[in-house]
Design a protein around this ligand. Structure first.
Ligand code: ATP
Length: 205
């Protein structure tokens, strides 16, 4: 791909929409993907300063070996808005700051290519404002619920309550530049991504 300058693209979507599937496909095509969830996870590796703060605010949300019980923590924040805000202050804001720094560095490098920022909370934290373009993955509610149930072996209620806790697709769609409908097969999804990549290539020439 011959791009004249780096295009930085925000990739987002609600739970089970297919963000990771798209990110994996882009990675397989050799495109660089920065994964906000992975960054958040590495902040909560054992013995990081944030872990001590989590202990103070959330109590015993750890396994016996001292590692974070992410499922237990997720259950707390999905049922308690105040705790959700505390966790966002501790982790999400740090991830957002780190992403801003990474983007700044990438722009300074002034190299060609594409970088994807895979961030579930792209719009919620205003990261969309600093992207060249924002892609929203959507799929109908029934499909999302069924796909997450199959992926995580959870009951529908667990998926529904998480979907309800998120910004709606309607609100996200208003902020997105490109909406990628993932109601079809994986093959159809891949084709849509290929078309978008072709357009980026074309625009940069
Ligand atoms: P989360 O926000 O929960 O991390 P996500 O948006 O990253 O979700 P994925 O994990 O990519 O969603 O997709 C959810 C599940 O649906 C996965 O098991 C994935 O393999 C499957 N899936 C995604 N798109 C399709 C598709 N078009 N056809 C069939 N299965 C799909």
């Amino acid at each position: 791909m011959s791009l004249n300058k780096r295009r930085i693209i925000g990739l987002t979507g609600g739970i089970g929409s297919g963000k990771s599937t798209v990110a994996d496909y882009l990675r397989a095509k050799g495109i660089s993907v920065i994964d906000a969830d992975k960054m958040a996870k590495s902040l909560t590796d054992k013995d990081t300063p944030i872990m001590e703060k989590i202990k103070q605010s959330f109590g015993n949300v750890f396994f016996e070996d001292g590692s974070l019980d992410r499922k237990k923590l997720a259950e707390i924040i999905f049922s308690d808005m105040d705790k959700k805000i505390i966790l966002e202050d501790l982790i999400t804001k740090k991830v957002v700051d780190d992403i801003i720094i990474k983007i700044d560095d990438l722009r300074k490098e002034n190299k060609e290519g594409i970088t994807i920022i895979d961030a579930p909370l792209l719009f919620e934290f205003g990261l969309n404002e600093i992207m060249d373009e924002n892609w929203l993955i959507t799929a109908n509610m029934e499909l999302r619920i069924n796909r997450v149930m199959a992926r995580d072996s959870v009951i529908p209620e667990a998926v529904i309550s998480r979907i309800k806790a998120q910004m709606t697709d309607f609100e996200k769609a208003e902020k997105a530049d490109i909406i990628i409908d993932n109601d079809g097969s994986l093959e159809e999804l891949h084709k849509k991504i290929d078309v978008l990549l072709e357009r980026l290539k074309y625009e940069s020439n």
